[in-house]
Ligand binder design. Structure first.
Ligand SMILES: [Zn+2]
Length: 353
């Protein structure tokens, strides 16, 4: 734990500053801002691994001059080097925030982190029932209404770009906290592949002023915020009730199995699905009577095999997400290189279970 300055930078600085090499470390510490220029956290010279690094990288013409150098955590700097194609600062700041909350970050906490204050949303259905008029801080929009059948019932919906500020998480249907590994994977993927399924919303409220309850896609919405977008396109269900919304989420999860997800993303999705079913089972049986065997036989026979792999997925998900075990640091996931010198690939890691 110390401040490290490479021999090359030390030499360049001692020439520029006309100082002895032995004085460079103290000089840099006393004349640079003592906070990590990547995650913004205050640095502690006694307990943190710190290094001096370029603001504009050498590869992009950045010089070794004092003014082009900043202090950063070694860990943050390695993360940046592995993600040179985009700005990692929001990720690293979010990671610090996540750690400070001990991993208990819900959608509302993420909104507060991004300093997004709630705004209102007005929605009316046209007399013709073919259009919805929506008014948000982004302006007014007339949206075509479409329909589909969910679980035997006709559902009307439209697509709209909304400011994230008017979204509330539907905690009844989506009660889980944000998982950082899943969030970062989606954030990286959104940069290359913007054609993701839209987060889904149901509406509440009797007047034109509506509450926009997001019942699916909270990770995607936070990933958009992380990527600097404070608005995104949502699928708004106009007449859906809670049971149909739950059914829809589960069928979305089932469809996800067919998408080309990495093993960890799949584990995360499947564990969400199995958790939801477990909650329903527990609710019906009573929490003192529950067992894994009981759960499996309580399920529809057609769902049993899937649930077994879901339970396994939940275990893997729990283990990799456990910050005490720190597996995230060594497992190399698609789009998210490790911050460690030693690493193991995701499929190889999952095979261990
Ligand atoms: Zn840092």
């Amino acid at each position: 734990m110390a401040l490290r300055i490479s021999a090359k930078l030390k030499k360049a600085l001692s020439e520029e500053l006309k100082k002895d090499k032995s004085e460079i470390e103290d000089y840099v510490w006393n004349h640079k801002e003592q906070k990590c220029f990547l995650c913004s956290e205050k640095l502690n010279r006694a307990s943190d691994d710190i290094e001096l690094d370029h603001d504009v990288p050498e590869g992009e013409g950045g010089s070794n001059a004092f003014e082009n150098l900043n202090l950063a955590h070694v860990e943050c700097n390695r993360y940046k080097r592995n993600h040179s194609s985009f700005d990692v600062r929001p990720h690293l700041k979010f990671k610090r925030f996540y750690e400070s909350k001990l991993g208990e970050v819900h959608f509302g906490d993420a909104m507060a982190f991004f300093e997004i204050t709630p705004t209102e949303c007005y929605l009316q259905i046209d007399d013709t029932q073919s259009y919805a008029n929506i008014q948000t801080t982004l302006g007014e929009e007339r949206l075509r209404i479409h329909k589909e059948v969910v679980n035997g019932k006709e559902q009307f919906f439209c697509f709209a770009t909304l400011p994230v500020s008017c979204i509330l998480n539907d905690a009844d249907i989506q009660p889980r906290e944000i998982k950082i590994n899943h969030l970062f994977a989606i954030s990286a993927d959104l940069k290359k592949n913007p054609l993701h399924e839209q987060p889904a919303i149901r509406i509440a409220g009797n007047s034109d002023k509506k509450l926009m309850l997001m019942f699916d896609g909270q990770h995607k919405t936070v990933a958009h915020m992380l990527n600097g977008n404070h608005s995104c396109t949502f699928k708004i269900y106009l007449n859906i009730e809670k049971p149909e919304a739950v059914h829809l989420v589960n069928s979305i999860q089932a469809r996800i199995k067919m998408l080309p997800l990495t093993p960890f993303e799949l584990a995360s999705k499947m564990s969400d699905e199995v958790r939801r079913k477990l909650e329903a089972y527990e609710h019906q049986i009573g929490s003192t009577e529950v067992s894994e065997e009981g759960f499996i036989s309580w399920l529809d026979p057609a769902d049993r095999t899937r649930a077994k792999s879901g339970i396994e997925a939940a275990v893997v998900d729990r283990i990799i997400g456990d910050s005490d075990l720190a597996f995230m640091k060594i497992v190399e996931r698609k789009g998210i290189p490790t911050s460690s010198d030693f690493s193991v690939k995701e499929p190889a890691f999952k095979k261990m279970f």
